[in-house]
Design a protein around this ligand. Structure first.
Ligand code: AMP
Length: 195
């Protein structure tokens, strides 16, 4: 919704990694073991991936990073890359959601290989287990199982949480309430990005 509103691409490191896993590229083979365990993929792999992605023409007029940076090292890498290529990060959006709600949302998430995402309670597909958009079979991501989600949350606390202070100091951070309807989260995000 945000990328359509702003008309810029979304660069999701998670999506790029899942595509690499599916295609069994060297990056995918290396990344899979970390992803399945709910651990972060090593920073050097993410650096190469981001540098490669930013070479594409569609990112010349801006982009949204989704799920990146996830560590202070990645934020420093991003600073280096942005200075090299010549762009600046305008805003960093922190979507605040209580852990128990995150577990409920992720464990009920069902995904389609076309990119569509559903939820067993709050966003059901028309036909059980079938994607409304492409007719594909819905599946549960390996890392959306509850025990892996708990590990992901632990990694978040240790490695990603320090980024809040990092971007607060730069004056770029905006925190929005993620415990609302999709529409309200979207409107708050757009407001925070445009302000
Ligand atoms: P996501 O789709 O953003 O939830 O990411 C799924 C998984 O991909 C994460 O749990 C990590 O294993 C890996 N991943 C995605 N983005 C990053 C990143 N920026 N740094 C390290 N690992 C990442």
């Amino acid at each position: 919704m945000i990328k359509e509103n702003l008309n810029i691409p979304q660069i999701s490191t998670g999506d790029i990694l899942r595509e690499a896993v599916k295609n069994q590229t060297p990056l995918g083979i290396e990344a899979k073991k970390f992803m399945d365990a709910g651990l972060l993929v090593p920073d050097y792999l993410i650096k190469d991936l981001i540098e490669e992605r930013l070479k594409q023409d569609d990112s010349k007029c801006g982009f949204i990073f989704d799920g990146f940076p996830r560590t202070i090292v990645q934020a420093e890498v991003l600073k280096e890359i942005s200075e090299k290529i010549g762009f600046e990060i305008d805003r960093v959006i922190n979507i605040d959601v209580p852990n128990e709600l995150i577990i409920k949302r992720l464990s009920g998430r069902r995904s389609c290989s076309c990119g569509a995402v559903y939820h067993v309670e709050s966003k059901k597909s028309g036909k059980d287990g079938i994607c409304d958009l492409c007719g594909g079979l819905l599946y549960q991501r390996e890392d959306d199982r509850e025990e892996v989600i708990r590990n992901r949350l632990e990694q978040y606390e240790k490695q990603t949480l320090p980024l809040i202070e990092y971007y607060e100091k730069e004056g770029k951070l905006r925190t929005i309430n993620g415990d609302q309807s999709i529409e309200d989260v979207f409107n708050d995000a757009i407001r925070a990005l445009k302000a």
